[in-house]
Design a binder for this molecule. Structure first.
Ligand code: NI
Length: 136
């Protein structure tokens, strides 16, 4: 019997969708307003879901306090009130789309949980636009 445990997190961050190897015109054409050279912000919401067998002793899949601390350290402390393009090393050469942000978050959190647990990241860039990544 596998159970999924989820915890929500939140961060505000600025970004710009932009490829250094493209001209300004091409960036503008592909990314439109999202490529505004002066950046723009989002209120990102994340849902981190961990799926696995229930530990017989504790009755937990994962201690939710542990998950809360991991999200704070790996996501909120790292990204909140930051300019993702300029201040977060993972996006130095990676376009900070919601897709890529979800993969970066997955790769930061996965090593912090037991290897037999499955992980899924759902990232909301706006209340209506969201992406999911589960390592595939
Ligand atoms: Ni944006």
């Amino acid at each position: 019997m596998k159970v999924t445990v989820s915890r929500k997190g939140h961060f505000n961050a600025a970004h710009r969708l932009y490829r250094k190897d493209w001209s300004d015109e091409k960036n503008q054409e592909v990314f439109d307003k999202c490529s505004n050279p002066n950046f723009h912000g989002h209120n990102y919401e994340i849902i981190v879901s961990v799926t696995g067998e229930i530990d017989k002793e504790t009755g937990y899949v994962i201690d939710i306090k542990t998950l809360k601390d991991i999200i704070k350290e790996e996501v909120e402390d790292a990204f909140d009130h930051k300019n993702l393009n300029l201040e977060v090393k993972e996006f130095k050469n990676l376009n900070p789309t919601a897709e890529n942000i979800s993969i970066v978050i997955y790769n930061k959190i996965k090593p912090r949980i037991k290897p037999d647990l499955d992980l899924e990241i759902t990232l909301y860039e706006t209340p209506r636009n969201f992406v999911s990544y589960s390592g595939n």
